[in-house]
Ligand binder design. Structure first.
Ligand SMILES: NC(=O)c1ccc[n+]([C@@H]2O[C@H](COP(=O)([O-])OP(=O)(O)OC[C@H]3O[C@@H](n4cnc5c(N)ncnc54)[C@H](O)[C@@H]3O)[C@@H](O)[C@H]2O)c1
Length: 348
């Protein structure tokens, strides 16, 4: 069986890091006998330029039919203030593919401790998986603007909460068996429903998983003062957007981390957590490791190829340890050189 991968290079450094990541995927496919068909489609700002639509029909159809979608990044100053935004294509794509769970693993490579803004003893052994609900809450609620007043509706159903909480508890079973659910239950009704529902699910279906509830304001502090106390973080859309960016800086560079957005089935959208980095685009200096780490997630979640995913995680660690690093983590290697070293390590 041949897996279909829709590749959306996007804008800025997106094409550079996608290219690096797809070379690594091709090397793994060859080594582990995985049949793949990877095809590129226009998306984001590049698609606005080409056909006046950030998510053209041909791209959407290809993504809907693919086993997995790989995205570089979208956006840039060229499209700021325009009638159409590249980022709108991404929101639309996530919604049309029914992707409701965003997974961002945050782990510090010991050799990169000096690049974390936290002290070495505080950041040591940090290994967090953030699970953010992607399709509900304030971002998708009804919006109104009348005279000098505006409102955004925040709404969550029990069904939406159970669906994302299940992903968190299942993930915790394969990790440290601990979930921290983050809300604002002292103020918000949606948070009170969130807390009740998550507690009910844990008691009825996941008694083997420890559950802790935290308020978002104190969690924002604890992530900095006590990051080792977290295993799986489960939270809603807005809080997850903010907290996942806060967590991402712990690892030392935004260029290092990958992410997966998953729905009910095996299909997923995989992308580095960084944006299109227009300030360094076209120079072959972007760190491709976030994109390459997203390939490991793609292999695990959509293709069920755990052996190849583990080999890739191992190759990433070895290459960092050997000091092959791009500028953001203190090296001078190019984006392509890092990809070459990863491929060399895989093939050894
Ligand atoms: N999912 C996405 O595609 C996504 C996510 C975030 C932002 N964006 C868009 O990207 C554009 C730029 O946004 P921004 O500047 O706020 O965030 P950004 O992540 O693009 O860049 C922030 C900083 O990190 C650096 N950086 C980012 N990726 C890097 C990498 N791989 N290697 C080395 N350094 C890297 C950049 O040079 C910059 O200094 C905007 O248009 C924004 O809307 C897209």
């Amino acid at each position: 069986m041949s897996y279909q991968i829709a590749v959306l290079p996007g804008d800025g450094v997106g094409p550079e890091v996608s290219n690096a990541a797809m070379q690594v995927l091709a090397a793994l496919a060859q080594k582990y006998d995985i049949e793949l068909e990877c095809r590129e489609y226009v998306f984001g700002g590049a698609a606005i330029d080409a056909c006046n639509n950030p998510l053209p029909d041909v791209t959407l159809t290809a993504c809907q039919q693919a086993d997995a979608v790989f995205l570089g990044a979208v956006g840039g100053p060229k499209w700021d203030g325009g009638a159409m935004r590249p980022e709108a294509g991404l929101l639309d794509l996530r919604q049309k593919l029914g992707l409701f769970a965003n997974l961002r693993p945050v782990k510090l490579h010991p050799a990169l401790a000096e690049y974390s803004p936290l002290k070495a003893e505080r950041i040591k052994n940090v290994d967090i998986l953030i699970l953010r609900e992607l399709t509900g809450g304030l971002y998708f609620g009804e919006k109104q603007r009348k005279n000098n007043q505006a409102s955004d509706l925040c709404s969550y159903s029990k069904y939406e909460i159970i669906r994302i909480a299940k992903v968190a508890f299942e993930a915790a079973r394969n990790r440290g068996r601990h979930v921290t659910s983050i809300d604002k239950a002292n103020v918000l009704e949606t948070s009170r429903l969130w807390r009740e529902t998550v507690s009910w699910l844990q008691q009825s279906r996941y008694p083997d998983i420890e559950l802790r509830h935290e308020l978002v304001d104190s969690a924002a502090m604890k992530i900095i003062t006590d990051p080792q106390t977290y295993d799986v973080i489960l939270t809603e859309n807005l809080f997850g957007d903010i907290l996942s960016d806060e967590c991402s800086v712990l690892s030392g560079s935004i260029g290092l981390l990958g992410s997966a957005s998953l729905g009910a089935g095996k299909q997923g959208l995989y992308e580095p957590i960084h944006g299109s980095a227009p300030d360094i685009a076209g120079q072959n200096i972007a760190n491709p490791l976030g994109a390459i780490a997203s390939v490991a997630m793609l292999l695990r979640h959509s293709l069920n190829h755990h052996k190849a995913a583990m080999a890739l995680d191992d190759a990433i660690n070895r290459v960092i340890k050997r000091g092959v690093r791009t500028r953001d983590i203190g090296g001078a290697a190019s984006c392509q050189e890092v990809a070459d070293k990863i491929i060399h390590t895989i093939n050894k």
